[in-house]
Structures are given as C-alpha cells and as structure tokens.
Design a protein around this ligand. Structure first.
Ligand code: XMP
Length: 177
C-alpha cells in the first residue's frame, strides 16, 4: 500500500459528486443533438477525463493533447504542447478538459492555439481552479473545486511522476516523505 503523501484534501466521494455536477452542467449546455468534441490535456487529466466522459451519456468525440510546464512543484513558465498537429476542430463545439487551472499560463497558450483553428465554440472544464497564483486571468466554464494554491497529488496529479494512481487527492507535504 502507498503511504499517504500528505493531507487528504478531496475524497473519492467528493470527487464523484463534483464529476456528477460537472457532467450535469455539460449535458445541460450540450444536448445530445448538438455536436461535442472534447480536448483532453495529458498527463494529469487522465483519470478525471475518463471518469467525466463516461458520465456524458451522449455522442461525442475526443482528442488528446500533452501540455507541460511544471518541474517538481514549480511552473517552468515555458509551455510545451504536443499533439495539436492533427487536430481539426474547425466549426466544431469544443470543450477542453483540464486537471488544474493554476497560473493560467498553460491554458492561455493552449486556448490561443485552439482559437486559431476556428472552432464554433470553445469552453473550458477544469477539475480544480486554484486562485492563489493567477498570472493570466482565464475563466473556466465548468469548475469542480476551487482552492488557494496548495500543491496537490493523486487522481492523476503528480510530484515528479509519483502518486498519480492514488484514487483521492492529497495536499503534497514534502516533510512527510
Ligand atoms: P498553469 O500554472 O499553467 O498550470 O495554470 C496548469 C498545469 O500545471 C499543473 N499543476 C499541477 N500539477 N499538482 C499537479 O500535479 C498541482 O498542484 C498542480 N498545479 C498545477 C497541471 O498539469 C496543470 O494542468
């Protein structure tokens, strides 16, 4: 069994309730007859997106984009995007699904790239909105949890690649290591 990496912050029940709510909001805005294409950012959104999309009981398509800017617990400031080359979203209704909106740097670059591909609409769904480090103000249309700026691991979130497979979300505490 893996030792807890810090304080339990969002339990399985809380995550499930947030996913139910997000799915209900997206289903409300995108009834089944409307086109829906999801762009999932890797790697942190893997479990979030898999659990959310299976709650969207309607036709949809999706693509994966790898976005990275973090080294350890710090944003490097340089945003790397991989996987956009083959994405065609012209005229489509798009929802981006991302794990955490923190400084806003990563999503500002990704959203700009996606806007240049002329989608009919572009919305943003994040599991967690951190409010304590904002550098680029970006509004998410669908938000699971809001918190200040603690560094989180578990449920896809990592510290140097570790802890992603924990089913719950913890505030990472380097002192407990
Ligand atoms: P920015 O600062 O560009 O960052 O909005 C967004 C991306 O940074 C990662 N991030 C985290 N990853 N625990 C993580 O495992 C965290 O607490 C955390 N905060 C930001 C994440 O990939 C997010 O998409």
């Amino acid at each position: 069994m893996q030792p807890a990496p810090g304080k339990l912050t969002f339990s399985k029940q809380q995550i499930d309730a947030a996913l139910d709510q997000l799915a209900a909001e997206i289903m409300h805005d995108f009834p089944a007859q409307k086109d829906l294409h999801i762009i999932i950012t890797l790697q942190g959104s893997l479990f979030f997106a898999a659990d959310l999309l299976r709650r969207l009981d309607r036709p949809l398509t999706y693509d994966l984009v790898r976005a990275s800017s973090y080294i350890g617990r710090m944003s490097s400031g340089a945003v790397l995007l991989d996987g956009l080359e083959h994405i065609d979203i012209t005229g489509r209704q798009v929802v981006v699904v991302d794990d955490i909106l923190d400084t806003g740097l990563t999503l500002s670059v990704l959203l700009q790239e996606l806007y240049m591909r002329h989608p009919l609409s572009l919305r943003l769904c994040v599991l967690i909105r951190k409010t304590g480090n904002i550098k680029v103000p970006i509004t998410a249309d669908y938000v699971g949890f809001t918190m200040d700026k603690e560094f989180l691991v578990g449920y896809g979130l990592d510290h140097n690649g570790q802890y992603r497979n924990l089913p719950e979300i913890y505030t990472y505490d380097p002192l407990t290591k």
